[in-house]
Write a protein that binds this ligand. Structure first.
Ligand SMILES: *Cc1c(COP(=O)(O)O)cnc(C)c1O
Length: 360
């Protein structure tokens, strides 16, 4: 008998498509009849090389990545990139950073150890909106401009991007990558830890414009150099083979769901359902400005916070798991990544209405 699967609203590592997990299970003991699992064979083997090449080609197709961009896979998560971005991209030792929430703040803290960081956005301690781009104070000789298009903890998302034709736009896409179509050519570099929308933790995606590879100084340790990683097809050493494999299955799944257009439509629909349920009630509340409400992470509170522990406990008993908000914000948070089905959102809304009827 299959074990019961809950609707898992975890912010990350996050829910994976059922079809992907089933394929992993099927292929676990013998990958493509090679007599061993993908974890047990060389990353230089024909089986793994084919998988790696196909996954890169598929991602290029899915995201419509122009030919003057390269795709790298590294380890160390998005947090590793917080340091690798300044190490590799700095020329004059100075960059602009937008501070829009918890994760951009973390990126700023890491970069500050390495370069001169200009916080270009007006001070905003509540992180419930994004300031207008014309209020950003960009510095004249910045090496790049860093943004966090989806703030996973505060539930704030960019639906437009600043125009930065002068300097490369760098974005931490960890919690929004592949959730909808994206114009890659607007960016110099994109990075994302895989464990929100692309697969398991342990693998990090970097998409970099070719000309920026030349910025990696030859003084950098090779493992930390984008240029070296690219020169060795992301296999300077043993890559995280299992994570890469699951990621390749997730990309295949996204393609089968209608690609990023299909994902975008479904994600917009899921988010609209949940925001409407929150806004239509006096019992639940979301504080984020309407024009930047995340499709992926929806924080909400109970107007009467005394009921929050009960809300979470009874939700878990109904198979609605991992709804607790981040400690920095409190309350609840529903993460509605690609792999969360519409039915999961509907079940959550039904539960919220029932809970309100009983306690409201
Ligand atoms: C989860 C997350 C991170 C941290 O990712 P790690 O892979 O754990 O380092 C960074 N930025 C954003 C936007 C995230 O959602």
């Amino acid at each position: 008998m299959l074990p019961q699967r809950a609707y898992n609203f975890s912010p990350g590592p996050a829910t994976l498509p059922m079809e992907v997990l089933q394929q992993v299970q099927q292929e676990l003991l013998s990958f493509k009849n090679c007599g061993a699992s993908i974890m047990e064979i060389s990353h230089r083997s024909r089986e793994f090389s084919t998988l790696a090449e196909q996954s890169i080609a598929r991602l290029r197709r899915l995201m419509n990545i122009p030919s003057n961009y390269e795709i790298l896979f590294m380890q160390g998560g998005a947090t590793g990139q917080f340091s690798l971005v300044p190490m590799n991209l700095t020329v004059h030792g100075k960059a602009d950073y937008a501070n829009t929430g918890y994760w951009s703040d973390k990126a700023i803290q890491a970069a500050t150890k390495l370069i001169d960081v200009n916080r270009c956005t007006p001070d905003n301690r509540t992180y419930t909106s994004i300031s207008k781009f014309d209020q950003w104070q960009l510095s004249p000789h910045a090496d790049y401009l860093h943004i966090t298009p989806n703030e996973t903890i505060h539930g704030v998302e960019f639906f437009e991007f600043p125009n930065s034709s002068e300097v490369p736009l760098v974005a931490d896409m960890s919690s929004t990558i592949c959730s909808r179509p994206l114009e890659v050519s607007r960016f110099g570099l994109l990075y994302a830890g895989a464990q929100k929308n692309l697969g398991p933790s342990g693998i990090t995606l970097i998409i970099i414009r070719q000309d920026l590879l030349a910025r990696s100084s030859s003084d950098l340790p090779r493992m930390f150099s984008y240029r070296e990683m690219h020169a060795h097809d992301s296999m300077l050493n043993t890559p995280p083979v299992f994570a890469w494999y699951v990621l390749s299955l997730v990309l295949e799944w996204i393609e089968q769901q209608g690609g990023l257009v299909g994902m975008g439509e479904r994600n917009a629909h899921k988010a609209a359902l949940l925001y409407a349920a929150i806004d239509d009630s006096d019992f639940y509340h979301n504080a984020v400005a309407h024009d930047c409400r995340s499709w992926m992470n929806i924080p909400f509170s109970l107007v009467d916070t005394r009921y929050e522990a009960d809300f979470l406990r009874l939700a878990a008993a109904e198979g609605l798991r991992n709804l607790k908000g981040h400690r920095a914000v409190g309350g609840m948070r529903a993460s509605l990544y690609n792999a969360m089905p519409v039915a999961g959102v509907q079940a959550l809304i039904e539960y919220m209405r029932e809970f309100e009827r009983r306690r409201g």
